[in-house]
Design a protein around this ligand. Structure first.
Ligand code: SAM
Length: 276
């Protein structure tokens, strides 16, 4: 980036007014060969030309405008500024993730958690991933941890990539995917480890996670928490809900993953659960 930024600036300063050149993005996210650019509203009239320059200099095939992630399926709906093909294969930590960057979220800020999950999984243990996405967190567990994985993804569109990624990473022998709502998953008392990689409403799924978990299993419980409720939350809600359902809990670890919104943090708790 030391040489890239001056080059981009030089090319765009030939076409944009100087006050706008100062506003061109200094940071971007690259997923495979697709770029996500945050763009100030003032730059809108020039967005296609700006995107083309970034694409040329950075050598990517497609450039998207960063937007909001929302809804039950956590879908992005990013405008295509340059290029056509928004499907790419992103390689991270030896794991291949194929996805449509314009529609499926892939957060660079969650990289530490994807790498951490690769290290916690144990060969042969059964992991149930309740919110699999394209295999964000559970592919590394199957690839590096040699764990057996049941990956559940409700969105039919995202599910297609999950299935492809299982093949792409050659873990068909130990990873199976289901295109269902995780509340309809019939397995009870089966998992050594349960992944709850979701935000905002994850607490609604605690009873289901408990029923999937074996006695002594570990649940990786993600949620978003307003800063004023920390450090008690999110563990307090998990503990209360678990006890109401007849479980005992032990908090093993807590990590802050990223700032989610002003005054709101994305946190993960590793929690061991025991049937009473
Ligand atoms: N766990 C990944 C990570 O941390 O990067 C991201 C997965 S994404 C945030 C959550 C996924 O859960 C989405 O793909 C969404 O479609 C899926 N999902 C939401 N509600 C679900 C449900 N009730 N059952 C199964 N999947 C669900």
């Amino acid at each position: 980036t030391q040489l890239i930024k001056p080059r981009i600036r030089e090319l765009l300063s030939r076409e944009l007014p100087p006050e706008l050149v100062r506003m061109i993005p200094k940071h971007w996210v690259r997923i495979g060969d697709v770029l996500i650019l945050p763009l100030r509203p003032e730059l809108e009239p020039y967005r296609h030309r700006i995107a083309e320059v970034y694409a040329r200099v950075l050598g990517v095939k497609t450039v998207l405008k960063k937007g909001k992630i929302g809804g039950e399926f956590r879908e992005t709906n990013y405008e295509v500024l340059y290029g056509k093909d928004t499907v790419t294969v992103h390689v991270e930590n030896g794991v291949r993730y194929k996805l449509d960057v314009a529609r499926v979220m892939f957060s660079p800020a969650n990289v530490k958690e994807r790498v951490r999950m690769a290290g916690v999984a144990r060969p042969g243990e059964l992991v149930v991933d309740m919110f699999a996405g394209v295999g964000h967190l559970s592919l590394p567990m199957a690839v590096h941890g040699k764990a057996r994985v049941i990956a559940i993804e409700k969105s039919p569109y995202t599910f297609r990539f999950l299935v492809e990624n299982i093949e792409l990473n050659r873990v068909q022998d130990r990873m199976t995917a289901y295109n269902i709502d995780n509340r309809d998953f019939p397995g009870e008392d089966v998992a050594d480890r349960v992944l709850m990689g979701y935000v905002v409403r994850t607490h609604e799924f605690i009873p289901k996670a408990l029923s999937i978990a074996k006695d002594g299993a570990i649940i990786h419980y993600h949620n978003t928490v307003p800063e004023r409720l920390m450090p008690e939350e999110p563990f307090e809600t998990f503990r209360r809900t678990a006890e109401e359902h007849g479980y005992r809990v032990e908090k093993l670890n807590e990590l802050v993953i990223k700032r989610y919104a002003p005054g709101v943090w994305h946190v993960v708790d590793d929690i061991r659960v025991f049937k009473r």
